[in-house]
Write a protein that binds this ligand. Structure first.
Ligand SMILES: Cc1cc2nc3c(=O)[nH]c(=O)nc-3n(C[C@H](O)[C@H](O)[C@H](O)COP(=O)(O)OP(=O)(O)OC[C@H]3O[C@@H](n4cnc5c(N)ncnc54)[C@H](O)[C@@H]3O)c2cc1C
Length: 395
């Protein structure tokens, strides 16, 4: 029986584990190792910040969904991977593997900017369930004692959607409460232009964001790197200062330390078209952990987003390739990565599509419509159902 270890219990890790079990059955012993024993539907975190969701509405206990499928779960952090001996090390010991699938997501590098982050700094974050719970508390405080809001992304971020969503959602909520005139909103970003999103834009996204920000009086400060943050003030590298009462700033992304030595200087791991490590043939990497070169140079570093949609596709491909290899079958072709995202805008929503992810493309769209808001709500319910029942093979 082959031993397959999966690092990470989120979009990529769980999808890969479910698919490997479905394809290999009793021929493989699969263990998922994760330092978090919950699966959280991260796209709903901005709704949690705004008070529209509670943690229990959007998270599942990982052991409860893996056990019925016959997949082992180890609630621990991997400390390092030793590819030469094919072993993963945790605080309690070592796990040998025949195949390793890495889907450890980003290391949120608050430490790269003095004063950044909710733990040691002065800003909020929306990238983990615990951070979003803290950001909801900060948002409630702002409603009691209004003042300037700065929402956006530091240099080296590769996930811009949630910051845009929060800017629109806060605008909508403040208008509903007749408080918008008391809260100036600034969108701060490392992107070279509004709507770049780390992928060189999608359709008319530049004009789309310029127009909708103008309609809502959301000011933008773009192509900026942050020098430091002190209480109530963001200091930019160019010398400008942005005052705030509430700031939600996405931190730079890196690979997580346990797997970073397998990757490039930022710790993102190079893979081939089937998500196999370029040097270690029994290691596959999916999701945010992989390295993708940016589509164009930008004055301030930005990363290419690896969305949930993309991550699930990568995980399915990696699982299919491993299963085919173990059954001596021809591996399936992986196909190009494309992206479909629905961005909530509070009172409405937008569909963003790019095929393939990076330009030049056959199709690339950003368009607004209330129907996309309903679709986003339905998708959240569908995805949580799919994960709860281990149906990793569903779209
Ligand atoms: C606020 C927000 C909104 C988003 N909105 C959308 C959206 O609308 N549409 C979309 O397609 N995508 C969206 N995304 C992106 C999507 O959530 C990510 O693409 C997806 O989560 C990536 O999955 P992953 O498995 O690569 O990493 P992650 O989801 O980050 O999971 C990493 C896993 O690894 C575990 N881990 C980390 N280090 C270790 C270690 N050392 N040992 C063991 N386990 C470890 C973590 O606990 C976690 O379980 C959003 C992301 C965020 C944060």
């Amino acid at each position: 029986m082959k031993r397959i270890v999966v690092l990470g219990g989120s979009f990529g890790g769980l999808t890969a584990a479910f698919e490997l079990k479905r394809l290999l059955g009793k021929d493989a012993a699969i263990t998922v190792i994760s330092d978090d024993d919950r699966f959280t539907f991260l796209p709903s975190l901005p709704w949690l910040v705004m008070g529209h969701r509670r943690p229990q509405d959007i998270s599942l206990r990982t052991p409860d969904i893996l056990k019925p499928k016959g997949i082992d779960f180890l609630h621990e952090a991997a400390i390092r991977v030793e590819p030469e001996s094919s072993k993963v090390f945790t605080a309690s010991g070592e796990l040998p593997y025949d195949y390793l699938v890495i889907s450890t997501g980003p290391y949120l590098a608050f430490d790269e900017i003095p004063g950044l982050g909710p733990e040691k700094g002065h800003t909020s974050c929306t990238f983990t369930l615990d951070h979003a719970v803290g950001t909801h508390a900060a948002w409630k405080k702002l409603l009691e004692d209004p003042g300037p809001v700065v929402v956006g992304s530091a240099q080296g971020v590769s996930c811009f959607g949630p910051s845009y969503e929060l800017a629109y959602e806060m605008d909508t909520e403040l208008r509903r409460r007749d408080m918008r005139h008391k809260v100036p909103i600034t969108y701060l970003s490392s992107e070279p232009y509004l709507g770049h999103m780390g992928v060189g834009g999608l359709g008319n996204s530049k004009r789309f964001f310029e127009d909708t920000f103008a309609e809502r009086e959301i000011k933008s400060v773009i192509s900026q790197a942050i020098e430091e943050i002190v209480p109530g003030e963001i200091r930019l590298k160019g010398g400008a200062k942005l005052p705030f009462k509430f700031a939600m700033i996405a931190p730079p992304f890196k690979g997580v330390p346990a797997v970073a030595p397998l990757g490039n200087p930022r710790g993102f791991i190079p893979v081939d078209k089937q998500y196999r490590h370029t040097r270690h043939k029994n290691i596959f990497v999916v999701g945010v952990a992989i390295a993708i070169a940016p589509p164009e140079p930008t004055t301030v570093p930005t990363g290419v987003p690896k969305t949930g949609f993309m991550t699930v596709k990568m995980a399915k491909t990696a699982a299919a390739v491993i299963a085919a290899e173990l059954k001596n079958q021809t591996p399936p072709s992986s196909g190009e990565l494309n992206v479909v995202c629905i961005m909530d805008m509070g009172s409405t929503a937008a569909l963003m599509q790019a095929d393939p992810v990076l330009p030049p493309r056959r199709k690339s769209v950003t368009k607004k419509g209330l129907q996309y808001k309903l679709l986003k709500i339905a998708f959240e319910r569908y995805f949580l159902y799919k994960m709860k029942h281990g149906l990793g093979n569903l779209p």
